[in-house]
Every structure is written in structure tokens, then in C-alpha cells.
Design a protein around this ligand. Sequence first.
Ligand SMILES: Nc1ncnc2c1ncn2[C@@H]1O[C@H](COP(=O)(O)OP(=O)(O)OP(=O)(O)O)[C@@H](O)[C@H]1O
Ligand SMILES: [Mg+2]
Length: 241
Amino acid sequence: MTNPIIKLEKICFAYPGSTAKVLDNLNLEVCDGDRIGMMAPNGSGKTTLFHTIMGLCRPDSGKIEIFGRPVSTEQEFQAVRSKIGMMFQDADDQLFCPTVVDDVAFGPLNLGLSTDEAREKAREVLSTLGIIDLENAITHRLSGGQKRLVALAAVLAMEPGVLLLDEPTAGLDNGVKEKLVKILNSLDISYVVICHEFNFLTSITDRVFSMENGKIILDDAALIHQHEHMHKMGNHPHKHL
Ligand SMILES: Nc1ncnc2c1ncn2[C@@H]1O[C@H](COP(=O)(O)OP(=O)(O)OP(=O)(O)O)[C@@H](O)[C@H]1O
Ligand SMILES: [Mg+2]
């Protein structure tokens, strides 16, 4: 049994000024080697869950452990934040430097690399993702899909211990999605991926969880699945009872 990288225990959270619990006694464990997908309706609390793991939303009650250590204060979250690679649902929340290479080098620079080393690291990741041609592009002029890839590059450049990807395929064309599947499958890193596309999720994860009433549904019976079936006359309109 491996130690959890992320452990949430009985987390309750309501946004300030609201009594509605977005997270309600939520439990989650992400262990070494886990590749977890999360697919749940809009507004069910998926992004809030990621923000809670990052310390951007502070739970009203419950315990969070990251890399085996309890975290609750800003100082404690700061110490682990750079090791969690979170790709935000909105790439504009993540990218703020004038050029792509600066945006991707920003994290490594903050981790103590020299300017040259950080830019070298940035170029290496941009090459891996096949977007080195965007190196000197003005970030805010990129297309939505290009911004998402740059945001992913910025996350990977920090060599995080775990990845949290919030709807990474939003706005990506099929070719880029396929590239993303290959990249994620080639990484030796645990991750949790929020996505509304079942086929994408099953091609990059081992389990797909859902969220309901502020909790994660782990129950095997509730695991989202897809099946194919065959029967005679299937081309005619019919119902399955
Ligand atoms: N900053 C905020 N202030 C107040 N309420 C918020 C805030 N952000 C989210 N909420 C509320 O919390 C609930 C969960 O939102 P959240 O963004 O976590 O859902 P989600 O599962 O990520 O949805 P989606 O699939 O649309 O991204 C929603 O009811 C939303 O209105
Ligand atoms: Mg969301």
C-alpha cells in the first residue's frame, strides 16, 4: 500500500456568504501511480475541489495532507503548491507573462533556476508538446487551444509530483487531444483529470470518479462506464427497459 500523495478527510466547504456546502464531508486519496479521471455535472464542485487541494479555497472543516504532511496554513500550502501541477480551467488565470517562453520559464525561475536554465527548461517542454514554434509568441494573442497547451507546458516545466488538470481538452481539436493522450500516457506521474469527455478520460486514466452532493462517488456500482451492445433490428428506433 503506497502512501497517499493527496489525502482529504471529511472536507466541508461553502463559499463565503453562502450556506450551500459545495464540498460536504468529502474524502479523497490520490496515491503514487494513481491516474484518476473525474467526470461530474457542471457546478458539482470539481474545480472547488482542486482549489481546496491547492489551498485557494480553505475548508470549513476536515483535514488535508499533501505528500504525507498536514497542510492548513498559507505557509504550509506555499511549501507544497509548487509541487502540485495544477492546470486551471481558464488558461488566462495561469498565463500572465508577455511571451510564451517567459510564461513557461516563470515557474522554474521561481524554483531557483537561473534565467538561462529556466528558458532552456521551458524550450525543452515546449518541444515535447510540439509547440516550440510558439516560443516567442505573445501569450494573450494565442488561440484558446494554444493557450491551454502553453498552460500545460508551464505546469510540466515545474516537474511537479502530481498533476491536477481541470478540463485540459476544452477547446482542443482532435489532433491535439490525441497528442495529449500520448503525452499523459508517457508521463511517470500521478494525476487527477477533470473532463466531460468520457473517451478521452478512459484513454488516460485507470478509474473515473464522479461527484454528487459534495462527495466523491467511489462506489464501484456508481463508476461511470460505457458499453456497446448488439442485437437484431438495432437500426430501428427502440427502447431498452
Ligand atoms: N467564487 C465563487 N463564489 C461563490 N460560489 C462559487 C464560486 N465558484 C464556484 N461557486 C459555486 O460552487 C459550485 C461548484 O462550482 P465549481 O466551479 O466547483 O463546479 P464544477 O464542478 O467545476 O463545474 P464546471 O463543470 O461547470 O466547471 C457552483 O454552485 C458554483 O456556483
Ligand atoms: Mg470546473
